[in-house]
Design a protein around this ligand. Sequence first.
Ligand SMILES: C[S@@+](CC[C@H](N)C(=O)[O-])C[C@H]1O[C@@H](n2cnc3c(N)ncnc32)[C@H](O)[C@@H]1O
Length: 245
Amino acid sequence: MTEDPFREFAAYYDRMIQEEPDRVEFFRTLFRKHGVKSVLDCACGTGNDLIMVHNFGLQVCGSDISKAMLAQARKTLTKHQIEIPLKHLDFRELPQHYDQRFEAVLCLTTSLPQLLEEREIGKALKSMREVLKPKGILVLTQGLTDVQLKTHVRFAPAVNTPEFSRIMVVDYYHEEYEVNVLDLGHTQDNDEFDVYGVRYRILLRDDYERLLRKTGYSRIEFYGDWNFKRYDKEESELLIVVAHR
Ligand SMILES: C[S@@+](CC[C@H](N)C(=O)[O-])C[C@H]1O[C@@H](n2cnc3c(N)ncnc32)[C@H](O)[C@@H]1O
């Protein structure tokens, strides 16, 4: 990655983080079912999921390629007085940096598709597989689904409060899409208008299946919501991938 798309955005990223009890229950149930005791969040961003996993009583490590996102994660962990080891690194190079093997690797909220070439995505999936224990699981999530792509959903309000609004505007290209984040402050202290953009590769269910099989994963499950409903190309608005090493 040449330029960090989160360099400016990192300080404001968490404005759209909301409490999602179903999401927390999903991970609690998944980890329990697979006897997970250690977790690596290899695109940990501002660190919210590190805290979630820590609160489950599991051992957790975090890494990310963005120094700005890691700086926010450090602040959040300090605020919560939680110590979690963080590393600044690319998820294509995990085995070079971790001797430990984990029962689960997380790469959540459209982190993998920031790699725009399939060859690089393949490298990342192999790297994640290598740091998994024999029965370990990789979990990937994203908001882009078959329905969203088919209907080319362009506008999504992410936050709308009297003080602040965040609107996502999506541009679709041939093999990629760009999410533009528009922030509008509505108070005297904050009347700013900021725009941040992140480019992603279009990866859908079938792409994940093909790429995960190619990189050696065995069983792959696809869910369409946090209640373990099976992913449905015609209606799911969330894509959750659970791939077994
Ligand atoms: C949309 S954020 C998601 C952050 C966090 N997982 C969450 O759910 O809030 C995507 C994250 O992926 C990280 N990322 C993108 N490419 C990466 C790479 N090659 N290696 C490690 N982290 C990467 C970005 O720096 C960013 O923190």
